[in-house]
Each structure stands twice: as structure tokens, then as C-alpha cells.
Design a protein. Structure first.
Length: 571
């Protein structure tokens, strides 16, 4: 019901609107009802109903990655804990998400003390949500009154947009509906963090000595550059230095992949050979905003001493670590040196970018060479990427990937536009890609182009219903081999060898689903493709689907082992 009273819920929603967060993904609940009822009638912020907590939180995460801030509204206890996995991923991968909830109110807490009553959704510790979320957020608050609520909300939102990570805000049940003063009309801004000047000078001096001594320097860019709005600064450094650059899997599309200095994404052994060769030959790697995960153990072990590393956590040059140095300040100082020093830019020349259908052919499983119409991982990307390129669609889509063989194969793609490749490459969550589709599309205004495995899609298949409910024409490809292929690679790769004697482990074999019936049940357009010809036909049909999602089951052989995964499995 509409009310003339400006409430705590109104305050938060006004602030979100000012920050261009105009969609809130939600799961309803009685504790949080005052917030969700306000959201329903609030002008300028839409309630996006989701079908489960992971769906809602993955979507909010992807929305935050594309829009700069996401938000998800959850019920107390049963809902917040269900979403915890997704918010932990947002925390690890620097995605600013506002987690909104509520808890038993002042009356319920008093009754608990008097009569030892256990309220629903509670473990008995009524503040446990807050305690848990403090481990996966940069700020967390539980408001017991509207007094001071405005200032606390502002501080939480400032923390989210400053540190590009989730925050948690909950109120006692009644507080969301309590009166609150209106916020100023000026949107909140992130804090301006400054370096210790002497530490900055020392860091840049040591880094510059390593850079100028190098014969084969290389820039290795990561996702933090994109999250913190430093992509233009990165491009200026590339232009001024003349250095080649690569990105991590998580940082893929930190810049448009069309510049002549981009050698391709470096995803360790999954990389194409030309990328690996350049990285291996580098004698100084300027690593900017890069989260080094165990996907890069070989890299870090061989390049540690020759690295110049600048992230939001630390700045390091070789073995020297510098505290209180801000990444942006470090990058600005490097740029000034490149611009002012004689001899730069260096005349380094990037290798020519591969043209489609490469790099897919060189990574295809040779076992299928005699069956050219069979769809394999690499053939799927060969033809789907060519379709996008030929139809000038690369600038009109945003890709989402969870952890799967497809993620690593897709890192070989060239020509994508900035911030069009969203993945769970660090947290490595199966199923992220499907839940993220709605948030990626709503946040970016581009069509979500999602590639999942059977297992990942099965985990959050209900997200297809959320897409249909909101008339989003996202495309969901399920690379369907009936197994957890990426899991099997690391358990026993000999299972992919021909012959019945080489079997998959029972725990990696998935149930068979009727994807066409599932698509109809959820209100989506459904397709099954088993050959290259069928795939190309459906790709062209997708251009005409405008108001509903499309689910495409891409049937591939159970034992197809792409070269990218084979090399990773051998490490």
C-alpha cells in the first residue's frame, strides 16, 4: 500500500536510483516485507522477481559488474544463507552488490528473551546473518532504529562504490517502514584514497628500474582496472609505452580487444601458443589490477622476481613490497614516466590477431577430424563466434560463463568489446553463468549470450523462468555432453580416450533432461542442435527472437576433449 511517509526503505531506494542502480533483484519474505512493499511502488527502481536466492544474487552480481552497483533483497536467514555463495563470489571478484534484508524486530527479540521462543528462519542467534556476512562484505550493518539510519546507509553505499565489493544492510523488521529524512539530491561518491607519497615514490622508482632494464616487457591487465574505472588510464599506458598486453581470464575485455597491442587472453595452459610464447619470453611483467589465482601458479612461480604488481591489495616490484600505495596513483606515475622519458614508446609490434575460424581449429580434438559435422567445444565456438563477427553482433552482446570447459575454450576468443565477458574465473562457481544472464542483460542493455555445461545449467535452470518473466531475449547455450567434463579432466583424463574400457566416474555422469520440454515449461524458445548445419541454422533464427529467452541444447560427444582442457589437465 502506498504511503505519504518517507521511510528508511524510501531512503535506500532513492540512493540506489541516484547511483543508477535501477533494478533490485528480490526474493520476498515476511521480515523484509516493508522494504519489498515500498520497492513495488517506488518510481524509478524496478523489482525483478527471481525464483531462488542464487538466481537473484548471481543476477545482482552481474548487474553490478555491468552497471557499477547491483542490489538484491532477501528474506532473513533461509534466504540470506542460500545467497551466501553468490555474494562470496562477488566479494572475491570485486563486484559491488548491496545485500538488503531484515530480521526479527524489537518485539520479537523481547518475546524471545521473556519466553525463550525460537522465531522462524532463526538459528537462535538473531544476529547471525550479520555476523556471517561480515566475512564476505566490506561493510555490514543491522539497524535497530531509524535514528541514524540515513548516515549508516550512506556509509555502506560509499563503501560499496569505493571498494567495489558487496555490503550488507538489514533492519529490524519494523525499521524499513519507519520515517526517515530525505537524502540530498546529489549522488554519493566514492572516497578518494591517496597514497603515502614517499612509499609511492619508492615503488615507482624500483618498478621503473625493472621496466627500463627489460628487453621484452609485457603488460598483464586484470579485472580491478575495469572495476575501478581505470581502463582509459591503462590504454594510455599501453599507448605511451608501446608495450604488448594480455589479460587474465577474469579480466578479459578490460579493454576492447581490437587494438594492435593485444596478444590475446592469457589463461595459462589453455592459452593459444602465440600468447604463451610472448608471456614466457617476457622479462618484466607489469601486472595491473590482476587477481593471481591458482590458475596461474606456473606463471607466478616463473615470473615472481620479474613482476611489477599493482593491485588494490598491494604494490610490489620484484621482491619489494610497498604499503599504502594506491593502484591508480601508481599507474598515473608510470604513465608520466613513459611520456617524459626519451626512447619511449618502444617499437614493439604485436603479432597479428588470429582470424576466425582460428584459434579453434588448432585446439580441436583430432579424434573428430573424420566427422566434420559433429559439434565439439571448439567447433561450437568457431561457428558461433564467426556468426557474431559476420553479423556485427560482438558489440551488442554480453557473455556470461561459470566454471566449465567452455570458459577456458572461450578465453581464446578475439575481438570482444569492453566488459562483454563476465565470468566466475576466480571464485569458479558452477552455475554462475545462467543466473548471471538476467543481471548482465539488464545492467548492460545488451543481449546476454550465455554458455553453460549440463551441470552448471542444472544447478540454476530456474533462472530461465526469471528471463522469461521479464521478457529478456537472452540466449542460453547448454553444451550438452551429459557429464561434468571439467571435473573429469582433473579426476582422470584417460576417461576421454576412445573405447568402452575408459569410463567416466559415476559421480561425473549427469541425468538426461528433455531440454525442449523444459524450455516450454519455463516460457522460453527451445532448440536442440546435433550438427554444425543445425547449429548455423539456429544461430540465424536467434536474430528474430526479441521478447523471450532462447535455450539451445548443443549436443556434443561425451568424450570430446578440447586442447585447452587437455593442456590444463596435464599440468
Amino acid at each position: 500500500m502506498e504511503s505519504n511517509t518517507f521511510t528508511v526503505a524510501d531512503y535506500l531506494l532513492t540512493r540506489l536510483k541516484q547511483l543508477n542502480c535501477t533494478n533490485v533483484f528480490q526474493i520476498p519474505g515476511d521480515y523484509v516485507k516493508h522494504f519489498t512493499q515500498t520497492l513495488e511502488y517506488f518510481d524509478g527502481v524496478n523489482a525483478i522477481g527471481a525464483v531462488n536466492e542464487l538466481d537473484a544474487a548471481y543476477a545482482a552480481d552481474a548487474y553490478g559488474r555491468t552497471r557499477g552497483l547491483g542490489a538484491v533483497s532477501l528474506q532473513y536467514g533461509v534466504s540470506t544463507f542460500s545467497a551466501l555463495n553468490a555474494i562470496a563470489g562477488a566479494y572475491v571478484e570485486y563486484s559491488p552488490v548491496v545485500v538488503i534484508s531484515a530480521s526479527p524486530g524489537a518485539d520479537a527479540r523481547q518475546i524471545t528473551k521473556m519466553y525463550d521462543v525460537l522465531y522462524h528462519h532463526s538459528t537462535g542467534n538473531t544476529d547471525l546473518d550479520l555476523e556471517v556476512y561480515r566475512h564476505v562484505t566490506v561493510a555490514a550493518e543491522l539497524l535497530s532504529t531509524s535514528v541514524g539510519a540515513a548516515e549508516k546507509i550512506d556509509n555502506l553505499l560509499i563503501a560499496a562504490i569505493t571498494y567495489k565489493r558487496p555490503v550488507y544492510i538489514a533492519c529490524y523488521k519494523e525499521v524499513w517502514a519507519e520515517p526517515c529524512p530525505r537524502p540530498s539530491k546529489k549522488a554519493l561518491e566514492p572516497l578518494v584514497l591517496k597514497s603515502d607519497q614517499l612509499a609511492l615514490t619508492n615503488a615507482v622508482t624500483q618498478a621503473w628500474s625493472q621496466i627500463t632494464a627489460a628487453k621484452n616487457p609485457l603488460i598483464f591487465a586484470g579485472v580491478e582496472v575495469l572495476r575501478y574505472g581505470l581502463a582509459d588510464l591503462l590504454q594510455q599506458i599501453i599507448d605511451a609505452s608501446g608495450f604488448l598486453y594480455t589479460t587474465t581470464s577474469l579480466g578479459k575485455t578490460v579493454l576492447d580487444e581490437k587494438g594492435d597491442k593485444f596478444i590475446g587472453t592469457y589463461s595459462d595452459a589453455a592459452s593459444i601458443k602465440s600468447v604463451t610464447d610472448v608471456v614466457t619470453a617476457a622479462d618484466c611483467v607489469i601486472t595491473l589490477g590482476t587477481i593471481i589465482t591458482d590458475d596461474y601458479l606456473v606463471f607466478i612461480e616463473s615470473k615472481y622476481a620479474s613482476m611489477v604488481l599493482a593491485t588494490t591489495e598491494q604494490v610490489r616490484a620484484g621482491y619489494f613490497i610497498y604499503e599504502n600505495v594506491i593502484m591508480k596513483d601508481f599507474m598515473v606515475a608510470l604513465l608520466a614516466l613513459f611520456k617524459s622519458t626519451k626512447g619511449y614508446p618502444l617499437k614493439t609490434v604485436a603479432p597479428p590477431q588470429p582470424k576466425y575460424p582460428e584459434p579453434w581449429l588448432s585446439n580441436s580434438d583430432p579424434y573428430w577430424d573424420t566427422q566434420p559435422d559433429v559439434i565439439t567445444y571448439n567447433r561450437f565456438f568457431q561457428h558461433s563466434m564467426k556468426f557474431l563477427d559476420d553479423n556485427n553482433l560482438l558489440g551488442k552482446i554480453v557473455m556470461t560463463y561459470g566454471i566449465s570447459s567452455s570458459l577456458y575454450v572461450a578465453t581464446n576468443a578475439y575481438g570482444l568489446t569492453q566488459n562483454s565477458y563476465i565470468s566466475s574465473a576466480a571464485w569458479q562457481c558452477i552455475g554462475f553463468e545462467t543466473g548471471a544472464a538476467s543481471g548482465a542483460q539488464l545492467g548492460s542493455g545488451k543481449r546476454a549470450w550465455t554458455v553453460a555445461g549440463d551441470g552448471g545449467f542444472m544447478m540454476v535452470c530456474q533462472s530461465l523462468s526469471t528471463l522469461a518473466r521479464n521478457k529478456l531475449n537472452a540466449v542460453l547455450f547448454v553444451i550438452s555432453n551429459g557429464v561434468y567434463a571439467i571435473e573429469q579432466v582433473y579426476v582422470d583424463m584417460t576417461s576421454f580416450e576412445p573405447g568402452p574400457q575408459h569410463k567416466f566416474d559415476a559421480f561425473d555422469i549427469l541425468p538426461k533432461w528433455d531440454y525442449l520440454s523444459l524450455a516450454r515449461a519455463y516460457g522460453a524458445e527451445g532448440f536442440v542442435v546435433r550438427t554444425i548445419a543445425e547449429l548455423n541454422t539456429v544461430l540465424n533464427q536467434l536474430k528474430h527472437i526479441t521478447d523471450k529467452p532462447a535455450l539451445i541444447q548443443v549436443v556434443i560427444p561425451e568424450k570430446d576433449l578440447p586442447g585447452q582442457m587437455r593442456r590444463l589437465g596435464l599440468e
